[in-house]
Design a protein around this ligand. Structure first.
Ligand code: BES
Ligand code: MG
Ligand code: ZN
Length: 490
């Protein structure tokens, strides 16, 4: 999808799209339509209420710059959110694709509706992301992706916003496209190769630690979880060094279990296929790193992705095993399905030890309990630092990638104490499962400001996922826009 800007609505286009607030009978950003078509537009405005997501298309016969007009409802002005324009733009783009158009034009709403730079960014994000389709394995592809013209007065700020929004949207799309891959086509090695490819394109440092090295170097968590699979485990590290040389980096860690069967503590068969999405945390980190490098953000960021496949076999780790994690602490395994905390623990300790980061943020489809607690539209966060949580919350408000904090007090830390090792990898029954998992992670770091984001409920569309134009069935890329906003506002 190519994107360009036009100052006026006089240019030729297959369809010109405008937004309408509920019960206003006005197309935002346009004072007067050409007399030849204004009657049709007015009739159409009367025929629609402007409810959120409502779409009305008017054919325009004869010689006009636009062949069709599309009016899209934004709902009531007082109900506008930071997601409204993104959501509706996604719908418009999908409509343009459905009509098999080569291009569509969108009139930017005036600043009394929303900041224009923000609107332009949201139009691009919504349109681009909504047009992504996971059709890699369809032999017949319907992949026409119409180009977008944005009607807005040109300025440097707008041009910059367009470039940035395109990179962010591409980051989300990249994350979705690798997260959607089936487990037979995406092993830890595949993910490592994706990391290598984006590092070459965008001049990042990329290191891959192999399974044998991981074992030698004491990554006991990653080694134990991966030992049951014939697909080799990898630790993927991407470094973007565009900040001052001695400035401490931001470390991002993401769980990438390319398939989670549960291991010897085998999961039930129902929906086990969805455990291909247990790599979403890692895919989010890789997508963020791709965008960070393309945006050339003037900061230092390190992405660390522990990647394994959790399989049952004669070589698998077992309930009852006691393992030694990267930081030397020991863990009693009581359930091999609680594997994410083991691989993350190693990666977090490694990140803190080798990079002395300013901040560590991790993403993981860590616990089913998070879905019970917060459902499919809000991610759980657990942190040891209020300032960092506040920043993440601000980015969450701006991007509408929703998060909610859960507490982490000593009582929860006590719940994972083991009789025979330093910790056990499960809490007490099902009580506070998301927090006891986070308590395990908390043990991996000393005192670096850290936020853990449990994306189990939001990383892909599930039973209670709210419908969104830019999130069709499959991986959502949750976290990419959230953390890019955080990094851009440092
Ligand atoms: N990958 C799962 C968590 C998960 C389950 C995410 C369903 C999304 C949907 C994780 O590895 C896991 O199995 N966790 C266990 C932990 C338990 C054994 C303490 C869980 O949540 O049941
Ligand atoms: Mg598991
Ligand atoms: Zn898992």
């Amino acid at each position: 999808m190519k994107i360009k800007i036009e100052n006026s609505t006089k240019k030729k286009t297959e369809i010109i799209c405008g937004f309408v607030l509920e019960n206003t009978n006005k197309v935002l950003g346009i004072n007067k339509f050409d007399t030849k078509i204004s009657a049709a537009v007015n009739q159409s405005l009367k025929d629609m209420e402007g409810k959120l997501g409502e779409i009305n298309i008017i054919p325009v016969p004869g010689k006009n710059p636009a062949q069709r007009i599309l009016l899209a409802g934004l709902g009531k002005k007082e109900n506008l959110t930071n997601d409204t324009i993104r959501l509706v733009s996604g719908k418009i783009a999908q409509k343009a694709r459905e009509l098999k158009l080569k291009e569509f034009s969108v009139i930017t709403p005036p600043s009394f509706v929303a900041d224009q730079v923000l609107s332009v960014s949201q139009i691009i994000e919504g349109s681009k992301i909504a047009l992504y389709k996971f059709d890699k394995f369809k032999t017949k592809k319907v992949n026409n992706s119409p180009n977008l013209t944005i009607i807005v007065s040109k300025s440097n700020k707008i041009s910059q916003a367009i470039k940035t929004a395109e990179i962010i949207a591409n980051g989300v799309i990249f994350t979705k496209s690798i997260a959607n891959l089936p487990p037979n086509e995406c092993t830890p090695t595949t993910l490592a190769n994706f990391a290598k490819i984006i590092s070459k394109k965008n001049k990042m440092k990329c290191s891959i630690i192999s399974e044998s090295e991981l074992k030698k170097k004491g990554f006991g968590g990653i080694s134990a979880v991966g030992q049951g699979s014939k697909n080799e485990s990898k630790l993927i590290i991407l470094e973007h060094n565009h900040g001052p040389k001695n400035e401490k980096p931001i470390v991002l860690v993401g769980k990438a279990v390319t398939f989670d069967t549960g291991g010897i503590s085998l999961k039930p068969g129902d929906k086990m296929d969805e455990m291909k999405f247990d790599k979403c945390g890692g895919c989010t980190v890789i997508g963020i790193m791709k965008a960070v490098s393309e945006l050339k953000l003037p900061i230092n960021v390190v992405g660390i992705v522990p990647s394994v496949e959790n399989m049952p076999s004669g070589e698998s780790f077992r309930p009852g095993d006691i393992i030694k994690l990267y930081n030397g602490k020991t863990a009693e395994i009581l359930n091999t399905d609680a594997e994410g905390r083991l691989i993350l623990s190693d990666a977090l300790s490694y990140g803190e030890k080798h990079y002395s980061p300013k901040v560590i943020i991790d993403f993981a489809t860590l616990t089913g309990a998070c879905i019970v607690a917060l459902g499919n539209n809000v991610a759980g966060i657990v942190s040891n630092n209020e300032k960092l949580t506040k920043k993440i919350n601000e980015s969450s408000k701006r991007t509408t990638e929703e998060v909610w904090e859960l507490p982490l007090t000593q009582d929860f830390m006590d719940m994972i104490k083991s009789d025979v090792a330093d910790m056990k990898n499960v809490g007490i029954g099902r009580a506070a499962g998301t927090i006891t998992a986070a308590a395990f992670l908390r043990n991996a770091i000393e005192d670096t400001p850290w936020t853990h984001i449990d994306i189990a409920g939001v990383a892909w569309t599930q039973a209670a996922t709210k419908e969104k134009s830019y999130n069709p069935k499959g991986a959502t890329g949750f976290g990419v826009r959230l953390i890019l906003d955080y990094l851009q506002n440092l």
